[in-house]
Design a protein around this ligand. Structure first.
Ligand SMILES: Nc1ncnc2c1ncn2[C@@H]1O[C@H](COP(=O)(O)OP(=O)(O)OP(=O)(O)O)[C@@H](O)[C@H]1O
Ligand SMILES: [Mg+2]
Length: 383
């Protein structure tokens, strides 16, 4: 019935069966953080649980590292789960009668790691999630968010190539949640390089941690794309609705808004600078190494009334500096400091410029696009 195009709701009414997933296809690259995002009941947990075959599928295939998961017998499946991937469950799934450290070390025990090393690795993982002082507590003595962090520590301690994270941060309060996201990204950047399938119902979180994001609705895929693609080109009104709720400045990077700089070199005279400004109202001045040292504006140059002095005598030396990959939100404050923000590379050489107007225009454009897609979807529904 699903294949013939019937909706999940209609099928449930007709048969009392729920379509878990239908027409869901995606691949996750080695070392990628792939996020599945969608509202409650959209099929996220169902999807992730097919990967380690906690759910059997009735059609299609799930292939992990060349292994067709459906073909594994009981023993091979156990081995596969133990050696390939660890999972952070949405509802923690801790052993109530074991202490925190024993919970974290349990997976290592099963794989035959010795007591000493087990303890060491479990403590390291607990430190990562900030719970080392609770290592002798029992799960019932911890808050929900703390239990969730124990689940995360257990997965990290196992140190396997693939991490399945089902709403791993959802029970945490916003501040700790942000810290855990940062921690995950830092770990992934530095040493982890794991392949991570990450589930969340929060698009802010999805766009922040994901290399790519898959948005699901009613057991089907609505859109798959890099965070910027989803922000700029929401595929449906459903996605646009989420986009409108996103803190776009944290997703977009400076390089998506910066413009080429065409700087003026120190030693240029005011008269020459005015001529080379052309239609521009301002420009950066750079030293002989291409590093920004000041900003000149048409007004400043004209006001100086001295065509033959060098620009360094009239330029404004106060301006903000940022880099390409900084989140746009970090440039907001810099934009308030002066007309232009310099975007420099690792050597401090000017690569581009950013103005408050560019930033506002960009954010406005994303809002307008989301609104447009939302409205089109609404009209579509009416029709
Ligand atoms: N064990 C089960 N047996 C039958 N139906 C189930 C089972 N688990 C989930 N479902 C159904 O599958 C659909 C998807 O559920 P799933 O748990 O995958 O949602 P989810 O996207 O993870 O939601 P949440 O954000 O609330 O965790 C729902 O309609 C649900 O009723
Ligand atoms: Mg779920």
């Amino acid at each position: 019935m699903a294949r013939s195009g019937m909706s999940k709701d209609d099928i449930q009414v007709a048969t009392d069966h729920v379509v878990g997933l239908h027409d869901v296809s995606f691949s996750v690259d080695d070392g990628e953080i792939f996020v599945i995002m969608g509202l409650s009941g959209s099929g996220k947990s169902t999807a992730i649980r097919t990967v380690n075959r906690l759910h059997d599928i009735t059609a299609g295939s799930v292939v992990v590292d060349g292994i067709d998961v459906a073909t594994l017998n009981k023993r091979d499946l156990e081995c596969f789960r133990r050696e390939k991937m660890s999972m952070v469950f949405q509802h923690f799934a801790l052993f109530p009668h074991r202490t925190v450290i024993d919970n974290v070390a349990y997976g290592l025990k099963v794989t035959g790691v010795g007591t000493g090393e087990r303890r060491c690795r479990a403590m390291e993982a607990l430190e990562l999630v900030g719970l080392e002082r609770y290592h002798l507590s029992f799960p019932r003595e911890l808050s929900g968010g703390m239990q969730q962090r124990v689940g995360l520590a257990r997965a990290l301690a196992a140190d396997l190539d693939i991490l399945l994270m089902d709403e791993a941060f959802s029970a945490l309060d916003p501040l700790i949640r942000r810290q855990m996201q940062d921690e995950l990204l830092a770990m992934q950047g530095d040493l982890l390089h794991k392949t991570i399938l990450f589930i969340t119902h929060d698009l802010n979180e999805a766009l922040r941690v994901g290399d790519r994001v898959c948005i699901m609705k009613d057991g089907a895929v609505v859109q798959i794309g890099a965070p910027e693609e989803i922000l700029r080109n929401p595929a449906t009104a459903y996605v646009a609705e989420f986009v409108k709720d996103v803190d776009q400045g944290r997703v977009l990077q400076v390089d998506s808004v910066m413009t080429p700089s065409s700087p003026i070199t120190l030693g240029t005279t005011v008269g020459e600078a005015l001529a080379s400004l052309n239609s521009r109202t301002s420009a950066f001045c750079v030293d002989e190494n291409g590093k920004p040292v000041g900003v000149i504006t048409r007004d400043l140059l004209v006001a100086s009334e001295q065509a033959f002095v060098e620009v360094e005598t009239v330029m404004n030396t106060e301006f903000g500096i940022t880099n390409r990959s900084a989140p746009l939100v970090e440039a907001y404050e810099l934009c308030s400091k002066g007309d232009l923000v310099a975007v420099v590379n690792e050597q401090g050489v000017l690569e581009g410029r950013l103005s408050a107007l560019d930033v506002l225009a960009e954010l406005g454009e994303i809002e307008a696009k989301a609104e447009q897609v939302k409205a089109a979807g609404f009209v579509g529904e009416l029709v």
